[in-house]
Design a protein around this ligand. Structure first.
Ligand code: R5P
Length: 298
């Protein structure tokens, strides 16, 4: 089946790299807003009988969802065989339980929406915590690819004598993997979040690692409060300035600059969300899933 890729705004670079790797065609589409704020979508390429790949990382998801929904539906109305969503960052995964009365599990609602228009989904390290696999909430075939291997390679190449630090128990899953491949020791801290920007992280026991370079690894850096709080503890313990690595560079508001100015050596992220700190390329991880996905005939 022929493959054609469409980049949602902001995802052009990744879509082109993927098109090259897949030796596939880049599709042309107009995606814009009408003066009244409604979304306009027009596909200009031939998609009939093709596998349509929609490349759209889902940070700031609310504004992206409708154009994506329209594009997927237009493609199918124009005869596409199936649509495959490449969303390196998958939103709403942290709302995986009812924290306060009156809330809902928005991870589940969001999954229902996406499953309603895309035929498949590939993403990088979604925040799987209380939901243990995407299949629990997504009703379409999904594939999770992992950044750990590429992060380990980056650490091996750029950091001498690292000790990896995960800021909370959820981070243990990827920090332990990264540490294993990088051949480095690791510590996992305890975190309590009191509010969006109010985070408490336990004091790391780093006495044995005074000559190491601390490398903080987390899946998401959003307000950066988790990292900044951890950096503060490391400073107090007279450790070397840490390198901070995030899979997903969400960085809300001034978070990136706040982190950079908190006494770190460097901030590095994977290219799941386009950002100046991207230094670890994961584009190769999506290729197999895109190539192999076939829509089941029902
Ligand atoms: C949540 O537990 C995640 O793994 C991250 O630790 C969290 O999203 C980081 O958020 P922030 O940068 O806002 O502290």
């Amino acid at each position: 089946m022929k493959i054609i890729l469409f980049a949602l705004p902001g995802n052009e670079e990744l879509a082109k790299v993927l098109a090259d790797k897949l030796k596939a065609e880049m599709g042309e589409a107009t995606i814009r807003r009408f003066p009244d704020g409604e979304s306009y979508v027009r596909i200009l390429s031939d998609v009939k009988d093709k596998k349509v790949v929609l490349v759209c990382s889902l940070h700031q998801p609310d504004e992206k969802l409708l154009p994506l929904y329209f594009l997927s539906n237009v493609a199918k109305d124009l005869g596409a065989k199936c649509t495959c969503l490449v969303a390196p960052y998958l939103a709403y995964m942290r709302q995986d339980k009812i924290f306060h009365e009156g809330e809902g599990v928005t991870s589940k609602y969001f999954a229902r929406l996406v499953s309603g228009f895309a035929d498949s989904l590939v993403t990088v390290d979604p925040h799987l915590h209380r939901i243990s696999s995407l299949g629990e909430v997504y009703s379409i075939p999904t594939e999770v690819v992992h950044a750990a291997g590429a992060i380990s390679e980056w650490i091996k190449k750029h950091i001498e004598n690292p000790v990896l630090v995960g800021p909370d128990s959820e981070s243990e899953q990827w920090v332990s993997e990264v540490a294993k491949h990088a051949g480095a020791p690791f510590l996992v801290l305890e975190k309590t979040r009191h509010g969006d920007r109010d985070v408490e992280v336990s004091v790391p026991q780093v006495e044995a690692f005074k000559n190491h370079t601390p490398v903080l690894v987390d899946d998401i850096i959003s307000t950066a409060r988790t990292m900044i709080e951890t950096v503060g503890h490391l400073k107090k313990a007279s450790m070397k300035a840490p390198v901070c690595i995030g899979v997903h560079a969400v960085f809300s508001g001034e978070a990136f600059w706040d982190l950079l100015n908190s006494g770190v050596e460097k901030v590095v992220t994977c290219n799941t969300i386009p950002h100046g700190s991207n230094a670890i390329d994961l584009s190769g991880l999506y290729v197999d899933f895109i190539q192999n996905f076939e829509k089941p005939i029902i």
